[in-house]
Write a protein that binds this ligand. Structure first.
Ligand code: KG4
Ligand code: ZN
Length: 352
């Protein structure tokens, strides 16, 4: 493959509960603005609502049924055919291994049948590339905050492919905490969007702890950038149990929870910007749908002369467009063995 030639990339994502395929056209070494997303089809699995959480076995079975038709539809919407695809990019991890295996096996089958090069993509790196797809100005150097249902990561990105880990969650991912609190408050699954809706109707009468955030912390302390959700969740459980009228307290509990999460995330991002001097923050992952979080981050950063780059909701939650975009960056790795790995290490990530 020649770096300057535009490639047609087929992306496939099946790491959790979205079956998605996308077609993107762009040159691996080209400018961000030259990349064109030709199609992106996302099928969200509804079955998990009944269980208030993703059931791995059901997710795998649903991917198996959907992956073929979703890929066909993405090719059709892009007005192309498999023979014109130059590169197949598939999520290799992290994620549910049974779910990942469906996408990886399908992609391998397509690659083998057509002779098309295949590249494995790291789902979290792809969340950063997703934001860049929406907003071509979201380029390194930046501070990245990835907050999804399975992961929370704060990192410094001097350039694409090179990352320094600043902080991560010690227990639940931020989205996972939203989902658990949503279930606790009887708001269904996923909890994030429902909590945001409730919180908008609530006031600030509940003030919950801000885990791992206090004034005495200094750069180099292990909890300076790390996150934790468990103490906050426990405080919420106690407050919900103590409530005499949960139905009327629900919006205020949701608001108290969301305010605490946002304050912690904003403070940690601001610390990262102050330490690294990066002019940009790139937000990624499903929690990036949260308007209140985006507003608070944008405002705190503007006060420091830095800018927030956030994805649109369609790109924030899991999708194959971001996988195709990350695959384009990693086109040079095509030919390496691709395996589904539940705990795939973040490529190029080093400790600070
Ligand atoms: O990135 P994503 O689609 O899947 C994973 O890779 O995990 O993220 C899904 C997560 C869920 O936990 C969901 O509750 C959360 O994103 N989420 C939100 C909002 N919309 C989705 N969290 C807070 N506020 C929202 N508006
Ligand atoms: Zn994700």
């Amino acid at each position: 493959m020649i770096a300057s030639e535009p490639l047609t990339v087929l992306g496939i994502e099946t790491s959790c509960d979205e079956t998605s395929a996308a077609v993107l056209v762009g040159a691996p070494g080209g400018a961000a603005g030259d990349i064109r997303l030709a199609s992106c089809v996302i099928l969200s699995q509804d079955v998990h609502r009944v269980y208030r959480g993703v059931v791995p076995e059901l997710a795998s079975r649903a991917h198996l049924k959907a992956v073929g038709p979703v890929v066909d539809r993405a090719l059709e919407e892009a007005a192309t055919v498999l023979d014109r695809v130059d590169l197949i990019a598939v999520t290799a991890g992290p994620g549910l291994v049974g779910a990942l295996l469906v996408g990886v096996s399908y992609a391998k089958g397509l690659a083998l049948a057509t002779g098309t090069p295949l590249v494995g993509v790291h789902h979290l790196e792809a969340h950063l590339f997703g934001t860049a797809l929406d907003d071509p100005a979201a380029v390194p150097p930046f501070v990245g905050l990835i907050v999804s249902g399975g992961h929370s990561l704060l990192l410094d990105a001097p350039r694409w492919g090179e990352y320094r880990l600043l902080g991560r969650t010690r227990d639940d991912a931020v989205g996972e905490a939203f989902d658990k609190v949503g279930a606790l408050l009887g708001l269904g699954f996923p909890g994030g969007p429902a909590i945001e809706r409730e919180a908008a109707r609530g006031d600030a009468r509940y003030r919950f702890p801000r885990p791992m955030l206090h004034g005495g912390q200094r750069p180099g302390d292990p909890d300076y950038f790390d996150l934790s959700m468990s103490g906050l969740k426990t405080a919420l459980v106690h407050a919900a149990r103590a409530s005499a009228d949960l139905a009327s307290d629900r919006p205020h509990l949701a608001r108290g929870f969301q305010d605490a999460v946002i304050e912690v995330l904003v403070a940690k991002v601001v610390r990262a910007v102050d330490l690294t001097g990066r002019p940009r923050v790139v937000l990624g992952g499903g929690v990036a749908c949260n308007q209140a979080l985006k507003q608070a981050l944008a405002q705190a950063l503007a006060e420091r002369g830095a800018k927030l780059h956030a994805p649109t909701p369609r790109i924030a939650t899991d999708n194959a467009a971001m996988i195709a975009r990350a695959g384009l960056f990693r086109a040079g790795e095509a030919g390496r063995v691709v395996d589904a790995e539940a705990r795939l290490p973040f490529p190029g990530l080093s400790l600070l």
